[in-house]
Design a protein. Structure first.
Length: 276
């Protein structure tokens, strides 16, 4: 009985209740879960560094950012299956993959992404100086915001460029076509791709913090937003209080294939590759 967030057709008298419920479901719940993980990690930062050593703590930090994004995937997957009205009204396509396709995407997407991201995480952690792990003070909130924003700009340029390149006929046929097996994207299969594509797409996510000499605490936050962003813009939902229309753009990309190669749409508009 989903009486609080019913499956019935929209009713104007329930809109405020539905809006509040939807906001609690996304983004409040996944952000609260991520915040709890980061808080515990921060509380025991020195203990974990002593226990693991700077290098393995760096690898753990990258994976913590990944793990913290999975509540986003869980929320949208639950909404796909239970279709509560308060969230389903934001669905871009009135369909979802079958349960078999979900499992296939998870086993060959989520798990492969975890494995293929390990080599880059290990190399980055090996190169990052110990000072970036334990030295100095953990960056302030505004420093983290500025660094994450810089990573977003760099990632937009690298993702647009590599994604557009992957649509070259040869590379599409042998690499990127795997990701496009899902014409109706959902959060759970956002990382479903060829292992080589994982390396290409993950490289700027993992290496930009190193090049910017970011503290690992800020790196964790950045990795979280990067992975959560992948989940959201593959979710198939356009939530009105989330800025931009990245989910709509990428949903259209999966339907029409050529165009909307970026995340935020800046470069697509600049190079006239945006589609609607």
């Amino acid at each position: 009985d989903l009486s609080f967030c019913t499956l019935l057709e929209p009713n104007p008298t329930h809109m405020l209740r539905d809006d509040i419920t939807a906001f609690v479901i996304f983004p409040f719940l996944p952000l609260a879960a991520a915040f709890a993980m980061f808080t515990v990690n921060h509380m025991y930062w020195d203990t974990l560094v002593d226990l693991m050593g700077p290098k393995w703590f760096g690898v753990y930090t990258v994976y913590l950012g990944n793990l913290a994004a999975y509540p986003v995937v869980a929320v949208f997957t639950a909404v796909d299956f239970y279709k509560p009205r308060c969230m389903w009204r934001f669905k871009l396509q009135d369909k979802v993959p079958s349960k078999g396709e979900y499992w296939h995407g998870f086993l060959h997407g989520g798990l492969e992404a975890a494995v293929t991201s390990f080599p880059q995480a290990y190399v980055m952690a090996s190169l990052v100086g110990e000072g970036n792990v334990v030295g100095g003070t953990v960056p302030t909130t505004w420093e983290v915001v500025a660094q994450v924003a810089a990573c977003m700009v760099v990632n937009e340029v690298t993702f647009y460029s590599s994604h557009r390149l992957l649509h070259h006929p040869y590379l599409y046929k042998h690499i990127h076509k795997v990701h496009h097996e899902y014409k109706t994207p959902v959060a759970l299969v956002g990382t479903y791709a060829h292992p080589l594509e994982h390396q290409i797409v993950l490289a700027p996510v993992i290496w930009t913090p190193y090049l910017l000499n970011m503290h690992l605490y800020a790196t964790t936050i950045w990795v979280f937003f990067a992975v959560a962003g992948v989940a959201y813009h593959h979710s198939g939902y356009e939530i009105p209080w989330i800025p931009g229309d990245a989910s709509t753009q990428h949903d259209m990309h999966h339907q029409k294939f050529n165009g909307n190669y970026g995340i935020f749409g800046w470069l697509d508009r600049l190079f006239h590759t945006d589609i609607h």
